[in-house]
Design a protein around this ligand. Sequence first.
Ligand code: GDP
Ligand code: MG
Length: 280
Amino acid sequence: MPRYAQLVLGPAGSGKSTYCSSMVKHGEVVRRTINVVNLDPAAEHFDYPVFADIRELIEIDDAMDDQALRFGPNGGLIFCMEYFERNLDWLQEQLGEDEDDYFLFDCPGQIELYTHVPIMRRLVNQLQNWNFRVCGVFLIDAQFCVEQSKFLSGMLTALSSMIQLEIPFIHVLSKVDVLSKRDKKRLKKFIDPDVYQLANCELSNKFLGRYSQLNKAIASVIYDYSLVKFYTLDMSKEDSITNLLTEIDLSIQYGEDFDVKEPKEVEANEQDEFHDEDDS
Ligand SMILES: Nc1nc2c(ncn2[C@@H]2O[C@H](COP(=O)(O)OP(=O)(O)O)[C@@H](O)[C@H]2O)c(=O)[nH]1
Ligand SMILES: [Mg+2]
């Protein structure tokens, strides 16, 4: 029997740890055990019960305080993650061997871990060897996506991680609860999988406006190949969490023997909810 894993990814402050904690709480409500592994060696505190913690293996201060190494925060992080990579048997021991287990991996936010160094890719391969079905959940703070150029740049960041990891990806716009109605409407224009919505908005920034043809071309490639589809997450709403988790579970075929909602049904519900709220 397989086991299941979500790699929770995204820039620092995008809400990864909060997401993990909300998923654990949601799991308690629906009587589902969701375990969280902290993979951020620089993390300071968590709201969730930590199943396993990379800091027991290595902490960022170990690398930064070492007089021979003298790393800054970024070098220290890479050092820690490379150390982790060489000690993946530590993780295997922590994860045990129970069937059906469901883990979230609360990852560090530094983008170079996904684009420049092979550690996350090796982690994915190793998890797959241990019989895990793995997906990536990429969070981006919705507040940084309400302008077209920022939205596009967020999409490309997510895409570059997706290309590196080669696993199913769920792209999530987090913190939708803090958006104003106006911003929700603006965002709605971009997340509809309709190339003309994104490509035909004029760029507000004059400098970027010079690149509008390029922008349109990128937007159409992304949409034509259905490369990235964003889900909105409002953690203050249980429905929003339920719909997202259903979508994620489908991507890793969690509980395929159980009764699960059809993807189309979920999608329609979710979008309706987002739209209804905007139009109210
Ligand atoms: N309003 C709101 N704030 C959030 C949400 N998710 C995270 N935050 C806040 O954003 C900040 C960064 O969140 P955190 O989970 O630590 O981000 P991480 O660095 O990606 O792990 C914290 O102050 C959180 O309280 C959300 O859904 N809504
Ligand atoms: Mg965090």
